[in-house]
Write a protein that binds this ligand. Structure first.
Ligand SMILES: [Zn+2]
Length: 304
């Protein structure tokens, strides 16, 4: 099994390798390049027998690597839903137990993805903001910005991630481009899950509650910090079951679903953010190794 996994890894990622200085200490392997579509995740693995630390940076953002047991380190990398389709580089620094450091660059190709376009009209009164509404929206933006500023350095989550409600995604899915009254608007930055009002909404993984509040667009909102720049968000809640600053475990109820904020009916908007990239939250179920739930679509969410 080990051999198979290793071979599969080598085959898929065409790893590069630094020759070991001397002796048997082995080689350090990492993917030679990676490809991510807009809104998707990639788990980067660096393997080697005597690794002590791995540091990464992609543009302005730090990439957090964590040891995953048998000497390897892994990190999640995510491409924003509107990331430019181009090739850029992650700089990597690998530190061996001897203190020896090596640096390299890992090319990342971001691929454009085709998203649905939704075009609809709303009454002008919904579309033309009063000064009071604009002020509320400003408060909402500031609150979220603050919540995203101080992610825990340690990884709080453990695989697998779980779905916050056991229901299906609705038609209005992640990334859809919205044209309202003829004007292009921000793409849909989460996945809408159908949920009757009053259903339990659970934490997708362990984390710290960094935001609880009521807002113009998002309605009743809870944001969880899972550490290393990874957040999940739960919007349009009718009730909160957690307080800002508290720690939650995977599967804990954070609130009840509802129809608060700018919605047409009760549902859960589930969002995820990694290093300031808006990503499709189902990627957390699909792309994280050892994930028990391979996003088969119908499994129950809660694993206690
Ligand atoms: Zn939504």
């Amino acid at each position: 099994m080990r051999v198979f996994v290793l071979l599969a890894t080598m085959f898929l990622f065409v790893p590069g390798a630094w020759a070991a200085g001397a002796g048997e200490a082995g080689r350090i392997k990492w993917p030679r390049s990676i490809e991510i579509a807009q809104g998707e995740l990639f788990e980067v693995k660096i393997t080697g027998v005597d690794l002590m630390a791995v540091e990464g940076r992609w543009g302005q953002e730090k990439i957090y690597f964590y040891p995953d047991g048998n000497g390897s380190f892994s990190a999640l990398v995510g491409a924003d839903v509107e990331a430019k389709a181009t090739v850029s580089k992650i700089s990597l620094k690998v530190v061996r137990q001897s203190g020896q450091e090596r640096q390299t660059e890992l090319p990342v190709k971001v691929k454009a993805k085709t998203f649905r376009t939704e075009s609809f009209n709303v009454a002008p009164s919904f579309d033309q903001m009063t000064p009071e509404t604009l002020e509320e929206i400003g408060r909402e933006q500031a609150a979220f910005k603050r919540a995203f500023e101080a992610s825990a350095a340690e990884r709080l989550w453990e695989p697998p991630f779980v779905r916050p409600v056991p229901h299906e995604a609705s038609a209005s899915s992640f990334g859809s481009r919205r044209i309202i009254n003829g004007t292009p608007r921000a793409p849909h930055s989460g996945t809408d899950l159908s949920a009757p009002a009053g259903a339990d909404v659970v934490a997708a993984n362990h984390g710290r509650v960094v935001l609880v509040g009521n807002f113009f667009f998002a309605g009743g909102s809870v944001v969880l910090d899972h550490g290393g720049g990874l957040y999940t968000m739960y919007f349009h809640l009718s009730e909160f079951k957690v307080e800002e600053g508290s720690m939650v475990k995977k599967g804990d109820v954070v609130g009840l679903s509802g129809a608060t904020g700018r919605v047409t009916g009760p549902h859960l908007h589930w969002g995820a953010r990694l290093a300031n990239a808006r990503i499709e939250p189902f990627e957390l179920l699909k792309k994280i190794s050892n994930s028990g739930d391979r996003a088969s679509g119908t499994k129950a969410a809660v694993i206690k």
